[in-house]
Design a protein around this ligand. Sequence first.
Ligand code: FES
Length: 140
Amino acid sequence: MDDFEPTIIAFVCNWCTYTAADLAGTSRLTYPKNVRLIRVMCTGMVDPQYVIKAFLEGADGVLVSGCHPGDCHYINGNFKARRRIKLLKEILPQFGFEPQRLRLTWVGASDGIQFAEIIRELVNQLKALGPSQAKLKMVI
Ligand code: FES
């Protein structure tokens, strides 16, 4: 699987990480094209079902990224997301997915460089893990 290119679904907050991703693009920073962004108004609206569905439909990794603690535009949405991600990481093995495939980050609107770095890191980590179980089952 030397040519394995992981697919990453990224749920990104409109107010910070989405803007950072946009900034990375307008600043002509390069990062792997493996990521598909889904813009949400706050990480607090990322239902755990969205994450499970992304994995079951073939994502090799899922990123949830939002405003830094204290900066959420909806007061505590990112804290809710943090609790949900912690629980999701505990139940993911029951679905056959390694918890390392799910990541939560805080990326501010001016952190285009950090966003690009996170994507590079995640792609490398997922390449080391290999394709997800769901993707392998689809191939068979
Ligand atoms: S508004 Fe960005 S995480 Fe809540």
